[in-house]
Design a protein around this ligand. Structure first.
Ligand code: SF4
Length: 512
């Protein structure tokens, strides 16, 4: 039996897509497996058993008394009709985790885990977490739950899926415990963070003795061959067998489905899709239909989250053709197709509720330097075409890139103000420079970790992070139309919950 683990902390609103795909391949090949969403269960454990010691912390004490009703409320559309109630539920649960689950300075959130004394980007610290799993507040939960799971059936192989930095310390704490409890089991670590690390480690495994295999890229093929099975090359089967669907914090079961691997464009200068050289593989129309419809047969009343890093125009057209009987949302690259209002109307008809769009900048010069391959006029027409069709837009901006100075940042601000009516939700972040990606810049480490993903750099135009941060807080975010967009952008769950606000408010329930 293979045990598949999603370690804390990931957003507790839908099953982890990578494991859904791996579980599907194992099921198809007849390999027995068990899924453990340790992140979802672990967060619920911390919330349930949180203790508020400070009698004067009235916010935390009040939040604690509402914790179960808050958790239930996320599974009801009513919550998404009332932004203030939604924000309160998120901030109360966050407060409980912050105050009630604190252990030696560790900060846990609904999508976050920080321990200043144990960095997720340091091999030494991660190995220490494996040696001393008691450093994590999840430790008591691991002990009881893991023993239960291992008593049901002992796995001969355990796959730990590590995709986010917020999971790293807990992945290693779990690995350390597993190594002690079942020393003969093969421990495999995979996921997108491991993929990024692997491209830097060049085949080395610095965790030898603890982790048997580091898997870069899709995990199903390597896992199948480790148990002596061959998987079909273009496996379309996905399964949610074993995922606690009704416990996730969403008003409908969310089906995480990928139609492709990698990005079909792969040119953007700041993106790991380019620097890590991932190969693009996409399902054809027939396999895509099979993948989507077979899940919908089992879960007819659900919601689709398309996980592709950028859904290609071809797949967008296929979604229009397929028009599944449920709503869906995706990340799409801005292209002429979605700048056409006839096409966006067809998308809306096919069930598309929201598109996430990497606009990055309102300066054409910056877009060109990032090699985004888009023009501001196409961005503008896209935003209006989507608005016209009634599809929500979740816009991503990137400030502080090496080619952006203060005046270009202001151009972006003007662009957003001009298009504020067509932007439903907004994410404005500060650029992080991937390690080793710009030898032309003067760089230095952010932190003393050997597994760092990003590094600090002397901005060639003097537009340093501190200045960018000030600009964002004092000017950009305080401009009223922008502030309004940010206010309605769901905190913590961000784009995972944003479509439910549309679902709840634009009478979409009646349209399908
Ligand atoms: S379109 Fe998106 S996923 Fe593709 S290379 Fe650009 S940023 Fe990366």
């Amino acid at each position: 039996m293979i045990l598949l683990i999603n370690p804390p902390v990931t957003k507790p609103c839908e099953p982890p897509g990578g494991l859904v795909q791996i579980a599907g391949a194992l099921e198809e090949a007849g390999v027995s497996f068990r899924v453990w969403d340790a992140s979802l269960e672990g967060l619920f454990y911390l919330i349930q058993w949180a203790v508020i010691d400070d009698k004067d912390d009235t916010w935390a004490r009040r939040a604690l008394s509402h914790r179960f009703s808050h958790l239930t409320s996320f599974r009801d559309f009513d919550l998404y009709k009332n932004l203030a109630r939604y924000r309160r539920a998120v901030s109360d649960l966050t407060r409980i985790l912050k105050v009630g689950a604190q252990r030696k300075g560790v900060k846990v959130g609904l999508a976050d885990y920080r321990d200043p004394s144990c960095l997720p980007i340091s091999t030494t610290d991660l190995l220490r977490a494996a040696e001393h799993p008691e450093i994590t507040p999840f430790y008591p939960f691991y002990l009881t739950r893991l023993i239960d799971i291992l008593e049901e059936k002992e796995p001969r192989l355990v796959g730990i899926s590590l995709n986010f930095l917020s999971q790293a310390v807990n992945s290693f704490a779990l690995a350390g415990l597993l190594r002690k409890l079942i020393p003969s089991a093969r421990l495999v670590l995979g996921g997108s963070l491991v993929t990024t690390w692997s491209s830097r480690l060049k085949g080395n495994n610095p965790f030898q003795g603890l982790i048997d295999d580091l898997v870069a890229g899709p995990g199903e093929g390597p896992l199948l061959s480790m148990v002596g099975k061959e998987g079909s090359k273009e496996a379309t089967h996905l399964t949610l067998q074993g995922f606690p669907l009704s416990y996730y914090l969403s008003p409908l079961p969310v089906l995480p489905i990928a139609l492709s691997r990698g990005c079909y464009y792969r040119q953007c200068r700041f993106c790991p899709e380019r620097s890590e050289g991932h190969v693009y593989r996409a399902l054809n129309g027939q396999d895509m239909e099979k993948r989507i419809m077979s899940l919908l047969k089992k879960y007819p009343s659900s919601f689709i989250h398309l996980l592709d890093t950028a859904l290609s125009p071809h797949h967008l057209k296929e979604m229009v053709k397929l028009s599944p009987p449920v709503k869906w949302y995706a990340f799409a690259r801005i292209t002429e197709e979605i700048a056409d209002v006839d096409f966006t109307r067809a998308l809306k008809k096919s069930g598309c509720l929201m598109l996430k769009l990497g606009v990055e900048s309102g300066s054409q010069k910056v877009l060109d330097s990032l090699e985004k391959g888009i023009s501001l006029s196409t961005v503008s027409r896209t935003l209006f075409a989507l608005k016209e069709a009634g599809i929500a837009t979740y816009v991503y901006l990137l400030f502080g890139t090496p080619e952006e100075g203060e005046s270009e940042a202001r151009e972006t601000m003007h662009f957003v103000l001009e298009h504020a009516d067509a932007i439903s939700y907004l994410n404005a972040s500060i650029f992080n420079l991937p390690v080793g990606s710009r030898p032309d810049l003067k760089c230095q480490p952010f932190y003393p970790g050997d597994l760092s993903l990003y590094e600090d750099f002397a901005h060639p135009l003097g537009w340093h992070r501190r200045k960018v941060r000030l600009f964002l807080s004092q000017e950009f975010k305080s401009a009223k139309p922008i502030g309004n967009i940010l206010l309605r952008t769901p905190p913590v769950f961000t784009s995972n919950h944003a479509p439910f606000f549309g679902y709840a408010s634009d009478d979409a329930l009646d349209q399908k």
